[in-house]
Ligand binder design. Structure first.
Ligand code: AMP
Ligand code: GLY
Length: 441
């Protein structure tokens, strides 16, 4: 079976590793891929937003199934384009991908279907938006409705911050361009966040292991938001009872609502959850797997990823009965190694040292994100450069393995968080009986 994976980040490298574990022994192709993926299959230099060229590639290379990593081609309609040519592809259509591509759509959809989320209003004009702010007060959250590479949500502690966030989006500056021409102003929710991933076939779904991301750049959740500086799986805060509630109150009504509105949801539904005093509420929907969460989720998932994705494409998930995978016997953690300066401006082109030494450690795998080969040497080529994954029977051992792996690697300006997974560890110390994974000591 020939599988094309679209993307060039850590998520797609991790997907490649997991697919190769399938007994179907697939042949992997990547577009555009990176040096890590080049070790797993052939890479083709086609950018992720060139849907026409990707379609041509899939036809020319007789691809049996295409798996889309990032949201941009999904929101652009790559699934519709492939389906029109009768090519098999995993992911939602453009209209279904609006759950991520338009926060205004997602919020209105949740309101229509009674799905728990923060209270909100949507605006296209500056004056009424500013007037509404005077009623809400602060803290409050201001979000660009469209895709903004993870930078479109501004958590504002003061009214002044909120006023300037709104002005920057709806005023003449238009910092997010068209993506910020519509703005969602929403209630600030307090609680802990977790990521839940459901593989959906339009009607039924199967849960992948849960995860917790670390979005801020600095330890202690300080500093600006990033694409994600590390993650661990499973997220111990998502107890079986909370997960059941999330399925009942959020995932099932979302699938049912999308079906009733004529846009059945196929692909990964990534639900960013806030666990509030009133229960789980949606922070955001994404129409794809998370990055870096995937790097921790897939090593813990005990199913055959290829079979799971095929069952979604062929609408067979209902036959599997179980929506929730058997509790995982393992934990995994990923620590992201980023370029100095990220998430603001950073330099690239620095040689990466110690990768083979790191991977030689037991339970350690190094996932490549922003890397390239220059004159035969692996060098940095992006903000998030590598993800060092540790896998073990307990979270503490997985974290230990990941940080041992990190200690072997070096590149100029390398920065990473030292506190990945600490929240999860502390929670387990408080109530160890709640969780299956054993913790030493
Ligand atoms: P989003 O792009 O919508 O996922 O938002 C990015 C981050 O902003 C989330 O992961 C949260 O940490 C924070 N955030 C977004 N919406 C809210 C909210 N309503 N209340 C509190 N924090 C939020
Ligand atoms: N790590 C957050 C995301 O993938 O959106």
């Amino acid at each position: 079976m020939r599988i094309l994976v679209i993307g060039s980040g850590g998520r797609e490298h991790a997907i490649g590793h997991k697919l190769l574990k399938s007994p179907r022994k697939p042949t992997l192709l990547f577009a555009p891929g990176n040096p890590g993926m080049a070790e797993l299959g052939a890479c083709y230099p086609v950018p992720v937003d060139d849907v026409t060229a990707l379609l041509e590639l899939a036809k020319k290379e007789a691809v049996d199934l295409t798996i889309v990593g990032p949201e941009i081609p999904l929101v652009m309609g790559i699934v519709d384009a492939f389906q029109a040519e009768r090519l098999r592809i995993f992911g939602p259509t453009a209209l279904a991908a609006r759950l991520e591509g338009s926060k205004a759509f997602a919020k209105a959809f949740m309101a229509r279907h009674g799905i728990p989320t923060a209270a909100f209003e949507t605006f296209r004009d500056l004056k009424p938006a500013l007037a509404f702010l005077e009623k809400t007060g602060a803290p409050v959250v201001v979000k660009a409705s469209g895709l903004a590479a993870g930078k479109g949500a501004v958590v504002c502690q003061t009214l002044q911050e909120a006023r300037s966030a709104i002005a920057s989006m709806l005023g003449p500056e238009a910092v997010f361009g068209e993506a910020g021409s519509e703005v969602v102003i929403e209630e600030f929710m307090t609680g802990e966040e977790a990521s839940v991933f459901a593989v959906c076939d339009g009607k039924n779904f199967l849960l992948l292991p849960t995860a917790q991301d670390h979005k801020r750049i600095f330890d202690g959740d300080l500093g600006p938001n990033t694409g994600g500086m590390g993650a661990y799986s499973p997220a111990s805060i998502m107890t079986p009872a909370l997960l059941e509630r999330t399925c009942r109150e959020i995932i099932s009504p979302t699938l049912e609502g999308m079906r009733r509105e004529g846009h059945p949801y196929k692909g990964v539904l990534y639900v960013g959850i806030m666990i509030t005093a009133e229960g789980p509420k949606v922070v955001e929907f994404n129409c794809r797997l998370g990055d870096p969460e995937t790097q921790a989720v897939l090593p813990v998932y005990e199913g055959d990823l290829l079979e799971t994705l095929l069952a979604s494409v062929e609408e067979r998930l209902g036959q599997w009965g179980e929506i929730s995978p058997s509790p995982s016997r393992n934990c995994a953690a990923v620590v992201v190694l980023a370029s100095g300066g990220y998430p603001d401006a950073y330099s690239t082109g620095f040689p990466v040292q110690g990768l083979p030494e790191s991977e030689a450690l037991p339970g350690v795998q190094v996932i490549q994100a922003g890397t390239k080969i220059k004159d035969g040497v692996l060098v940095t080529a992006g903000g998030r450069v590598l993800g060092v994954v540790g896998k073990a029977e307990s979270l503490s051992e997985a974290l230990h393995a990941a940080y041992e792996g990190v200690s072997r690697i070096h590149f100029e300006g390398m920065q990473y968080r030292r506190d990945i997974g600490l929240k999860g560890l502390k929670r387990m110390e408080k109530s160890p009986g709640l969780f299956r994974s054993k913790e030493p000591g």
